[in-house]
Ligand binder design. Structure first.
Ligand SMILES: *Cc1c(COP(=O)(O)O)cnc(C)c1O
Length: 233
């Protein structure tokens, strides 16, 4: 058994256990395998084990990997996105998790219209207000959702957050609760074209807590593929 197989088994068990604790059905939570920096052979191993959804944080890497792997997979752009690179994403990714400014949203509308598709997006919220991170404040998010709801080729499916890196996942529980409540509050505003159902929250260190608090996407990299080596790039 490969280490990826062992890791995936463990992650799957933990996801199931968290669902059980929260009284949720396993089908409510989708595992996104975060394959950034990892070779295509690792992705192929995860595919062999039944995984079909992969998260990447660089447009160039998405271009390269979707050119090399032509099987039908779900690719998600989870990293900070520069406006001038949006044009490469229609047809390559199912969803963009990191929409956090008006210029970016306008460009997604433009490129999605050109490609004649509707792009699913999540608004990235910096719930913990970490200075090093991108994302909207909780307070800015309702108006931002309202603004992009006007675009016919962009569909706001929900919210995403990157919680602080920590050894104590319990310390992030409050941020996950806040994101879920924010989604409910915005849905209650009855904004035309907005009915959010997606919460992308939880990474290797804290996905079990995130599931307990309502995550529908968990983004797990290290826990599946092992530590990333950035020195090679
Ligand atoms: C890298 C990354 C992840 C995965 O992080 P791990 O701690 O390796 O699971 C999840 N979300 C985003 C946005 C990332 O950039």
């Amino acid at each position: 058994m490969s280490y990826i197989e062992e890791n995936l088994k463990e992650v799957e068990q933990k996801i199931q256990a968290a669902c059980d604790r929260a009284g949720r059905d396993r089908s409510e939570v989708k595992l996104i395998c975060v394959s950034k920096t990892k070779p295509v052979s690792d992705i192929r191993e995860a595919m062999r084990l039944g995984q079909d959804t992969f998260g990447e944080n660089k447009v160039q890497e998405i271009k390269d990997k979707t050119t090399e792997i032509t099987e039908p997979l779900h690719w998600h752009m989870i990293g900070h996105l520069q406006t001038n690179k949006v044009k490469y994403l229609p047809g390559r990714v199912d969803m963009i998790h990191s929409v956090d400014n008006a210029g970016l949203a306008a460009e997604i509308e433009k490129q999605a219209a050109k490609a004649d598709i509707v792009m699913d997006v999540l608004c990235e919220v910096n719930v913990a207000q970490e200075e090093s991170k991108f994302g909207l404040t909780v307070e800015q998010t309702p108006d931002f959702v309202k603004e992009i709801s006007k675009y016919p080729h962009v569909r706001v499916r929900g919210l995403m957050t990157i919680a602080p890196y920590t050894d104590d996942p319990e310390s992030n529980r409050g941020y996950f609760k806040t994101l879920k409540q924010l989604m409910l509050d915005i849905n209650a505003m009855n904004i035309p074209n907005v009915n959010m159902d997606t919460l992308s929250m939880g990474m290797t260190g804290d996905y079990e807590v995130a599931i307990e608090e309502g995550a529908t996407f968990v983004r797990v990299g290290t826990g599946i593929f092992g530590e990333r080596d950035y020195s090679k790039k």
